[in-house]
Design a binder for this molecule. Sequence first.
Ligand SMILES: Nc1ncnc2c1ncn2[C@@H]1O[C@H](COP(=O)(O)OP(=O)(O)OP(=O)(O)O)[C@@H](O)[C@H]1O
Ligand SMILES: [Mg+2]
Length: 617
Amino acid sequence: MTAATTSVPPADDERDRPRPHDDPFDRDVLPTPPGATAALLRSLLAPMRSRVAVTTLLLLLQQAAVQAGPLLVAYAIDRAVPAFRHHDRGPLFAVAAGCLGCALASGGLQYAFVRAAARVNQDVLLDLRGRIFRHAQALSIDFHERYTSGRLISRSTTDVESLRELLSEGLQELVTVILSFLYISAMLLWLDLGLGAVAVASFVPLYALVRTYQRRAKRVYRLRSTAIAAVIVKFVETMNGIRPVRAFRREAANDADFRVLNRRHERTNGDALLEMARYVVGSRLVANTAVALIVLWGAYRVADGTLALGVLAAAVLYLRRLYDPIDRLGMFLNSYQSAAASLEKIAGLLAQTPSVPEPASPRRLPPARSRHPGREVVFDGVRFAYRTGGEVLPRFDLTLSTGQTVAVVGTTGAGKSTLVKLLARFYDPSEGRVLLDGVDLRDLDVAELRRGVVMVTQEAFLFSGTVADNIAIGRPDASREEIERAAKAIGAHDFISALPDGYDTDVRKRGGRISAGQRQLVAFARALLADPAVLILDEATSSLDIPGERAVQRAMTTVLKGRTAVVIAHRLSTVEIADRVLVMEHGRIVEDGTPAELVAGRGRFADLHQAWRDSLT
Ligand SMILES: Nc1ncnc2c1ncn2[C@@H]1O[C@H](COP(=O)(O)OP(=O)(O)OP(=O)(O)O)[C@@H](O)[C@H]1O
Ligand SMILES: [Mg+2]
């Protein structure tokens, strides 16, 4: 983030304005490259491969201990009880000891497993949240213009949460069910081939049910998570824009919009439940039919004497265990589905590459040519179009010499802010290069660029923290003395001293609330402290009153000395401190000269200047 150390770029109204037929369902989808989801999962688990292996082993052992139960029952009925009748107590005691042992073992293993799994989960989620934050912060501004903050919040809350659910409950369930299916089928087949075959045959319709459900649930869950995201996006956007909402009495319209989104969420939720209900009914039907068949057939065979009673009892017990988790299978397939959808979205976000990438082999600026901090700026064959629109700046060349203060004026939408955003490297030019003392900004070391070019904009943003912290963002290692000196130079010292805790006033707390003009002064002090080679002021004095602006201007003449500066201002009084004026129109520089030259000429600036003079008299 280049100049964002001092200011954030102006909020882009474009992205927050609801468009006609704008469907948040469509907007939510960021194409996830094929394989990105699996790669993300692998990279999350890779560092803890051995811990995952241990966790899996614990679960395997625990399942073995649990599934030994019915086998002990069969042994008790067919062997131990008859032996007991003949006064042989040994087998019965052995069964009792076995039951106790299994119970203890499965309890202990379960405990160990839960602990181990919880650690793995915590680490995975911690890693993932960190990655989302770091990545989103590193992405370029044009990404943030398309992907709203509400959506980002929903990635790192709802989506991470659904992953947490899967990891902490779903995955264990899934593995348990798969394991018990395997164990139990093997046991049943081993106990009695015929009964085992019936049980295994019932897997065919069950599998078909699961597949159908999975397919349908996947669709429903994707819709549901999109619907949740839409609700969050609407919520965040409304609350972020609460002032315009109030000012334009948008409450009722917003309520109506929100109701629609909320209903949609509710409906998708209902659809998900319905799918679930269908699945549960179907699977129970299959399971109960299989149990009925086995009991019936088994009873005949016990009567025939071809099947031991204990074996039938064990088989029925196993079947219950086999079919019991099937309802839950649906439930965690749900959590699996929604986690998969979430992971896919997170992977999509993480797969985004910054359109303004950091240089592969960063270059440093050459040593300063004079004792002045300024640098030469060259726009070399630059052309620029925003991703979402047509050409804003047609091809042009422009050189700002070292130490020059250049004012840029022009009508609204002429491309003034766009020009300076290229200089601050918020965007890269579509064609051509922007050079700082001969170094392409694209090759320039990020830290060097951050120090080299600082931009102050209209909506001087304050971060939570004290006033001093906010000024020190320009240079984190600055002493209190330097901070105060910067504030004094800009004329901010008096109002800061009058705050409840002076420089230590928290700007987000009561009493720390400061006005728009005061915020701009803080932003100026911040930029001054940063001591950049190139300073950009984009309507940075627009919220100041005339005396305030005058004070800043006076300060500016010292601040800007020797620095290369670009000043965008609508008020012509601001332009007076400039050495050179550029007049822009429709993305082109139509006039270029000293203020005196332009005023003396017959161009637009002369007209503007005349109009301004007339307004003063
Ligand atoms: N983020 C963006 N995405 C797409 N188009 C944009 C974006 N920002 C600005 N534009 C378009 O680029 C053009 C120039 O905008 P720019 O902000 O540079 O004008 P400006 O001269 O600074 O105007 P103002 O005096 O109102 O600040 C406008 O037509 C605007 O619609
Ligand atoms: Mg602008």
